[in-house]
Design a protein around this ligand. Sequence first.
Ligand SMILES: N[C@@H](CCC(=O)N[C@@H](CS)C(=O)NCC(=O)O)C(=O)O
Length: 323
Amino acid sequence: MIKATTWNIHRTTPNLPNLNGLTQRTPFNKRVGGIKLIGITNTRTINTTSLSHTLVPPTSSSLSHKSSPPPLFSKMIIFYDFPSKIVGGPYNPNTWKVRYTLNYKRIPYKTEWVEYTEIESKCKEIGIPPSGTKKDGMPSYTLPSIWDTDAKVGVSESYRIAEYLDKTFPNSPKVIIPGTEALLNIFIQTWAQNLKALWQFTIPATLEVLDHAPSYEYFRRTRSQMFGKDLKEVPPKPGVEREAALQELKAGLNVLDRWLVKSGGPFIMGDNPSFADFVVGGYMRWTRAVLGPDSKEWKEIASWNEGRWGQRVQRLDQYATVQ
Ligand SMILES: N[C@@H](CCC(=O)N[C@@H](CS)C(=O)NCC(=O)O)C(=O)O
């Protein structure tokens, strides 16, 4: 046994370890005997005979998610997300799509927490473009947004961020599977249309997790305008009204479940998760976070369609770390 530096190059591992368990190692990119090696170095005590075994250059098949953990990258992404008083993490459905993407692709990132009332000034200060245009024609600044510290590029809007990350980190598994872009966009739209009955539960509940007085006031005002009444009046009243709203939600989820079970699974595109799963997981995680994992409503929703809604969010827990 000697003290040596090993090169851990894209080992074949069927199950990727949770990012929680990763220690920081040094990325490298070098040539050995005319072969380009990209990976990470770490120093540990090993048997010298295992050294030659470890020096295997990556092959194209070893770059797929299933067969190998992708390298750690030297680039750093700053990821902007919403703070809240929820113990145990972020809640927003749209930012979750990007957090799942970053974790799944094993991209090093750092979360910066931005209040609703500070999104526009923060984006303007850094140079992140608006994600769209408001009804009044003014630019709309939203989260999720990211800043690529290396390329000095800012991107907002979850789908556009996923496209950027797929392009910028080509050695990590893609979340937008080539050839599925049009269908994915249709799915994102129709997914939300079938969930309209959810908003009356989750949007008022989101107000209650906001910890910052100006954000609370802003969210209450803007979302009350959206519903055409005070947000506090939006949740369906216990009894007949609540039951009817839950039945309406159940009908929407039944439609979505009928589509999702058509996949051979466990994920929408098969064996590996993709952006479509992160959309589903993001909305379900939001529901669980703001209603509360022990709430009667979440337990009910999670149990519908033979418990598949709860399972869909649990299956993504391995990509839910907060960095
Ligand atoms: N389609 C966009 C939606 C982004 C979005 O609307 N984000 C909301 C939070 S859920 C936001 O930042 N709103 C800012 C505001 O209300 O001023 C995406 O997926 O990124």
